[in-house]
Design a protein. Sequence first.
Length: 381
Amino acid sequence: MYEVIEWYNANFYKDRTIKFRLKDIFSDHWNNFIKDNPDLNIRPVVFKEVDKMISCRTSDLGYSVYECPDCGEIKFSYHTCKSRFCPSCGNKYVRKRTEAILQKCYNCNHRHIVFTISDYLWDIFRENRKLLDLLFKSVSETILSWFKEQSKSEEYIPGIIAVLHTYGRDMKWNTHIHSIVTEGAMGKSNVFKKFEFIPYSVLRKRFQTILLNSLEKELGKDKFKDIRNFIYKKSNNGFYVYAEKKCNSSTKSMIEYAVRYTGKPAMAESRILDYDGEYITFWYQRHEDNKIVKEKIHVYEFFKRLIIHIPDHNFKTVRYYGIYSKKHKFHDKMVMLIKSHTYKLRDSLNSWRMMILKDFDTDPLTCPKCGNLMLWQYRVC
């Protein structure tokens, strides 16, 4: 059940406050959801991450004790779950992840390129998640091969940061790769040559061919032949590859956009408009026409859409290729985006205390009675 709302009437779009928490919704229904869906193939990692999220900032995970040295006031700080399915912990994870990526980047222009695949392949990747490695490899091979062909003598190599997204704006399974690519490359003798024009029509067909060939090799020709032939007939211009014609965004904003859901659920809590105890109403901006869609679904359907996007244990949703995967011989001649002497300072800004101070303008270690700094005493696990 959904309702399309014109942009100018969608006043709720401006309201980004969190009214309903995923933690509370899962606490209400998760156990019943498991009992009522015995035939649903739920991966072990899902149980682990959901349980961690529900227990976040509770006594189940332990706590640390702080004491004011002046007035003796005691404060308990419950430990966080550090789950990639927890909206609260995910914010910190994404900030630290963004910072780690930025520290690898050179001070040059980057291009944000999105590689999508046929919807007839979505279920193949969902049912066999090991094939997601092929998706990463196909994207990197597509980009690297094009740059290499620009000069046989130089064999140029760009820098690539690839980020997997498994969801569309409505949270349904929709596998695609966001890639941040340097608008230039290192060669055998040329330190760095700029490439401001990248022919996306060429990348579309190349990506399609590389991915379908890889899938056929992995799945077997007899099993995959019919699907492959059907896709070639339906998508004769290749898979859709999107990028702005000109780079208008900063490298930081591109990376923040690409990794925003790598460490938290596939939907922000601020998009939940209503929860009546059984049904959830949320909104999303439809990609086709940019109109706002308001959708109401049962909480069980809501769970199904969310948990399929929890990555397998130790699965890397962010990967590096080209000159970002291995230092090139000209690495020392390039200027880094972030200076090395600022690493520690920038990392300290993402500490537990500093993040609360920035987000809520409140120091969690300030004594509520006398205002002095409270000191850590001991930890209870």
